[in-house]
Design a protein around this ligand. Structure first.
Ligand code: ADP
Ligand code: MG
Length: 356
């Protein structure tokens, strides 16, 4: 294109909230044949909220943790397995402490372990606990395990909150929670396990830990789940891209089942979904697509998207995204609207006329 045409395109882009980092980028976008979306914060709003708290089995009723009566502020579940979920309205306040039920214990421990994390999942758990009137204690020795979760010492216990891998790596078998996890993930929610290690100071271990033949290092206490909202225009963006013959993919650190539930809602082919990708793995995933001869545009917002944005033929960041992502990207979408990906391509192809 002539320098004049490039200037016009860049300016039309800017008027539409699509910022190209230079004229060469504008030309490059025209050749994009594949768009790879990050899920959280890109196709979804990234505004998580706590929707479910489930306590598992009798060993989760506090045990050595909270030798309290069952004088419940929140209703106990009728069965000992998957228990009731906390109300969505945030008004189901429970007086924490003595007499708290199993769900409150799970939420209190999870929120305590997460209170030092800045992850959106963590913030939703902490806010959810506050809304429900749960008194969240301080935590010590907080450790962030990127792509997996957190670990912290709460009231003398090592508490873990995160995915299956987090618990497995700590020697805890997550399978007692599998049915609950499965159900919540099919609803498109991000379900997180809440576990506890057995090594305790000055208190009795749960009985199965005393079993010499048992190699379990701890137990899963329950599950908490957060839901995110899919952006109103995500499905429209996917449809418009596919209409143009552009392949649409999705990459996420989230669980496979949750990822597929979201992909289905926005119209992305399940074969094009890569889930449980570790923060370092997103760039590899983009490179794998490009190794098949594709010219990929990666669209993301997070710190963990930055390497993939840099690796992609074109990196596109959302304006509300982290500075690191914007820095690594070639294009920024100021309106955070997935349909602006289509606009970027149309401006580049010269099919988007000046609007005003
Ligand atoms: P995303 O790509 O969706 O931003 P991450 O790579 O940050 O995801 O995390 C991947 C998965 O690791 C999450 O879906 C969650 O299961 C788990 N995880 C990460 N951070 C936390 C945390 N602070 N608390 C609980 N779970 C977490
Ligand atoms: Mg994201």
């Amino acid at each position: 294109a002539t320098p004049a045409a490039t200037m016009v395109g860049t300016s039309i882009g800017a008027q539409n909230g699509v910022l190209f980092k230079g004229g060469d980028i504008l030309e490059r976008v025209r050749d994009v044949d594949t768009v790879v979306f990050d899920k959280t914060g890109t196709l979804t709003k990234g505004e998580m909220s706590l929707t479910d708290v489930v306590a598992l089995g009798p060993s989760a009723d506090g045990g050595a943790l909270d030798p309290a009566s069952d004088d419940d502020a929140l209703d106990p579940a009728p069965d000992g397995g998957a228990l009731r979920e906390v109300a969505d309205d945030g008004d189901a306040t429970a007086e924490a402490g003595a007499g708290e039920d199993a769900e409150t214990t799970v939420l209190r421990l999870a929120a305590a372990a997460e209170r030092n994390s800045e992850h959106p999942l963590a913030q939703a758990i902490v806010e959810g606990a506050a809304e429900r009137g749960v008194d969240v204690p301080e935590a010590e020795e907080f450790e962030n395990v990127p792509g997996h979760g957190v670990r912290a010492t709460v009231e003398g216990d090592t508490v873990l909150v995160g995915n299956r891998r987090l618990l497995e790596d700590a020697g805890i078998d997550p399978s007692p929670a599998e049915e609950t996890m499965h159900r919540l993930e099919e609803e498109g929610k991000t379900a997180m396990l809440v576990g506890r290690l057995f090594e305790r100071t000055g208190e009795t271990e749960p009985s199965d830990a005393a079993d010499e033949t048992s190699t379990a290092a701890g137990e899963v206490l329950g599950v908490v789940a957060n839901a995110d909202t899919i952006k109103e225009t995500s499905a429209e963006a996917v449809r418009a891209l596919r209409e143009r013959g552009v392949d649409v993919h999705m990459i996420t650190g989230d669980n496979e089942r949750t990822a597929r539930a979201v992909a289905e809602q926005v119209g992305i082919d399940p074969d094009n979904v890569r889930a449980e990708v570790l923060p370092d793995g997103k760039a590899d995933a983009v490179e794998a697509i490009q190794d098949e001869g594709k010219k990929a545009m990666m669209v993301g917002d997070g710190v963990n998207d930055a390497p993939a944005l840099a690796a992609a033929f074109v990196g596109t960041a959302l304006g509300s995204g982290t500075d690191v992502a914007i820095e690594a990207a070639d294009v920024t979408l100021m309106r955070d609207d997935p349909t602006d990906v289509v606009k970027a391509i149309r401006v580049s192809a010269g099919t988007l006329a000046k609007i005003k």
